[in-house]
Design a binder for this molecule. Structure first.
Ligand SMILES: [Fe+2]
Ligand SMILES: [Fe+2]
Length: 201
């Protein structure tokens, strides 16, 4: 693993700030920058020890979002990752860490996990998983159009489960509307965040 630790966090940030835009559209890049900033901000509010690493996780979380199926497939096959139970909309979350590792030699276990879990949620999320999950919601195109956004940001700064709940709620509503399959991790994330919010009221 040591051979992958070739740059400091600041160096990786510098590198990916110029590299990631080569892989996504301008609109997606704007989303990514918002998510990185929200992740850093939430890391400070919720005592994640290294907010710059949260920023870095946000910066790379959607790197393969717009890649063709063949790219995802070659990564899953190369890394022997079974994605039978993963819905298509989450493929990029599973392929991005592998892409970052293969293409750039970037591997960070904690960031790898946060990227992988940012779409479906997780049954046992780490603090960074939760930060990136909530930041992905606050930085979404959907949120940019909502007048309630400043209030949602404040509530998520006060209680991370608010943003987590909102993202799971939004994901489930969206998928139900389209009569799409909903992954059990997303239902779990919704229930767990809602329960946690009720307990802290
Ligand atoms: Fe994503
Ligand atoms: Fe995203």
């Amino acid at each position: 693993m040591s051979r992958f630790v070739t740059k400091t966090t600041d160096e990786w940030i510098h590198f990916f700030e110029s590299e990631v835009p080569n892989h996504v559209t301008d609109t997606r890049w704007e989303h990514i920058k918002r998510v990185a900033k929200f992740a850093e901000q939430l890391a400070k509010f919720h005592f994640f020890p290294d907010p710059k690493r949260a920023y870095l996780a946000g910066l790379v979380h959607d790197t393969t979002k717009q890649k063709k199926w063949e790219i995802h497939e070659s990564l899953f096959s190369e890394f022997s990752l079974n994605v039978d139970s993963i819905p298509k909309q989450a493929y990029h979350a599973y392929s991005a860490p592998l892409f970052l590792q293969r293409e750039f030699g970037f591997y960070d276990k904690e960031i790898h996990s946060a990227i992988q879990n940012h779409t479906l949620g997780s049954l046992s999320p780490t603090l960074l998983d939760q930060i990136v999950y909530a930041a992905d919601f606050l930085g979404s195109d959907f949120c940019q159009k909502q007048s309630e956004l400043p209030n949602w940001i404040q509530k998520t700064e006060e209680n991370l489960y608010f943003g987590i709940f909102m993202k799971a709620f939004q994901t489930i509503s969206f998928l139900m509307e389209k009569k799409e399959v909903i992954h059990p991790n997303t239902f779990f994330t919704y229930n767990h965040a809602l329960q946690s919010l009720k307990e802290t009221k």
